[in-house]
Design a protein around this ligand. Structure first.
Ligand SMILES: [Zn+2]
Length: 150
């Protein structure tokens, strides 16, 4: 497979995809810890391996990179050259982002079927730390509506 992206750029990009404990994620952990609720990281037994989750209280948080998860209407990815889709392979990237988005959507549905509430935090949400802390606080403090799964 030929590739238009230089190999060192490619490997940096790919490492970002799988990387855990990224900076946005670390910030979210700090916020959740400050609220004082318990959580587990990268829970493999749940759909999509949520970045943070509490099985007993049935919530899951995903911290999504705006570029790889194809954040629609994202100010960050729109404004920055760093995130611009390579112009000579638009079809490839469109398909890639579409795949990522539909995989994400399947995972969220899977979690909801298990009675989990799901909070998706976008990388660009970190720009407003106060608003974000409040959102997370409300989310983790809410009791699950559904207590039983079928
Ligand atoms: Zn975004």
């Amino acid at each position: 497979m030929t590739d238009i992206v230089p190999s060192h750029v490619r490997s940096r990009m790919m490492s970002r995809v799988r990387q855990k404990g990224t900076r946005p994620e670390l910030r979210i952990r700090k916020i959740v810890s400050a609220i004082g609720v318990k959580y587990r990281l990268n829970v493999r037994t749940l759909p999509g391996q949520p970045d943070l989750a509490n099985k007993r209280r049935r919530w899951a948080i995903f911290v999504n990179g705006c570029f790889w998860h194809g954040h629609k209407n994202c100010r960050k990815t729109r404004a920055s050259d760093r995130y611009r889709i390579p112009a000579n392979r638009p079809g490839f990237w469109d398909a890639k982002f579409r795949d990522n988005r539909s995989r994400d959507a399947r995972n969220y549905v899977g979690l909801r079927k298990l009675g989990f509430r799901v909070l998706i935090i976008w990388e660009c949400d970190l720009r407003n730390a106060t608003e974000l802390s409040e959102r997370i606080s409300r989310f983790v403090s809410t009791r699950p509506a559904i207590q039983e799964t079928q």
